[in-house]
Design a protein around this ligand. Structure first.
Ligand SMILES: Cc1ncc(COP(=O)(O)O)c(C=O)c1O
Length: 359
């Protein structure tokens, strides 16, 4: 299978899709105009272990295909869809933007990844976060940025464009099949010119979990900025930024987190926030603005990356997606993911025509 093509659907039982059209769970949504916070029932009778059949029922995926989640696009569970739609109704009823939704969602997300909310911005996707950082870190001709061969275009193109435009040097380390040597390969590529190491927490090509804690430590030792692309990690495994202490952590919320499409996070270190002007300026980016006097002072809060009018409905949906994951428990999800992956791996390993790249 083409490694960039990661949508594994197997067609069967087409008639079920037909039935779904008539018994759609969306039919009640149009009536809702408030946020619903009631808990979903995902537990077995023992009140502790997870009933995965109940979890599965929260999704509105067509039953005419088998869905193998590889988080190219994560489907949103019903609660996330309902919350998003309820917010559309609410803001249009009152003709408001509802900026306070951003704050609520930021606090939830910050708690979820154990980060300071003041250092966490909500973005449209990982690509936006990565471009923002690549263009905000002051780099000049000859500076070196280390990335791996397994970075997504959204995590690597922002650096390659700077190579083309201003002459930084992007060092691409080939880690395919050598993921367990990633740290040594990175170490031996560091020079006096290395300014940034930008790598995935989990690679999108093979699902390898990279040793980012050690890589971040290495960066600190050499005064290199660590940029972690956590897009395949957020919602799939537990992420703890106070433990990891990266300079930047970027992710989309519409993959393993199951949030509405077009949502992401950008975590920034405080020193950068204090000293680096925002790439985009406008409403919500300033702490002082006076047009007549020509005064503009940017906020040191990460919310300055949420410039202009925001999309409250999808951000309220992200809040609901964190609720959803929290109700199941990220550790349960992580274990379940491993179990399913191992079961799948065992089965396909019997097929001699298949080479397994995932370490
Ligand atoms: C590791 C990684 N980084 C970045 C991206 C880009 O995400 P987005 O399109 O949401 O910006 C993806 C998408 O699959 C990804 O897997």
């Amino acid at each position: 299978m083409n490694k960039q093509s990661r949508r594994y659907f197997i067609k069967d039982k087409l008639w079920k899709g037909f039935l779904l059209t008539f018994f759609s769970p969306f039919s009640s949504m149009a009536k809702m105009d408030h946020l619903s916070h009631e808990k979903i029932d995902v537990l077995n009778a023992d009140g502790e272990s997870i009933d995965w059949k109940k979890v599965k029922k929260q999704f509105t995926l067509t039953t005419s295909r088998k869905h193998f989640n590889t988080a190219s696009i994560g489907p949103s569970p019903l609660k996330v869809q309902e919350t998003t739609i309820a917010t559309i109704h609410r803001i249009n009823k009152h003709a408001i933007e509802d900026h306070k939704v951003v704050e609520q969602t930021r606090i939830q997300l910050a708690k979820f990844i154990n980060a300071n909310p003041e250092q966490l911005a909500l973005t449209r996707n990982a690509t936006e976060g990565m471009n923002n950082i690549a263009r905000s870190i002051e780099l000049k001709r000859g500076d070196e940025v280390i990335i791996t061969s397994e970075e997504h275009i959204g995590g690597s193109a922002p650096w390659i464009t700077l190579q083309n435009e201003i002459g930084i040097k992007v060092i691409v380390i080939d880690i395919l099949g050598k993921e367990n040597k990633a740290i040594d390969l990175i170490k031996s590529s560091i020079t006096n010119q290395t300014k940034v190491i930008s790598i995935s927490h989990i690679t999108c090509t093979t699902g390898a979990i990279l040793p980012i804690k050690r890589i971040i430590k290495l960066c600190k030792k050499h005064q290199i900025q660590s940029v972690i692309d956590g897009t395949q990690a957020l919602g799939q495994i537990s992420v703890n930024l106070k433990q990891l202490q990266p300079d930047f952590y970027i992710a989309s919320c519409h993959k393993w987190l199951f949030g509405p499409k077009g949502t992401g996070i950008l975590y920034l270190n405080q020193e950068f926030l204090n000293n680096t002007p925002p790439l985009f300026a406008g409403a919500y980016t300033d702490q002082k603005f006076n047009l007549k006097k020509g005064i503009y002072e940017y906020k040191s809060h990460a919310s300055r990356y949420e410039y202009g009018t925001i999309n409250a409905p999808i951000l309220s949906g992200v809040g609901a997606s964190v609720d959803f994951i929290d109700q199941i428990g990220i550790h349960h999800i992580e274990n379940r993911g491993r179990q399913l992956a191992q079961r799948f791996r065992k089965k396909i390993a019997q097929n001699k025509n298949i080479t397994i790249l995932t370490p």
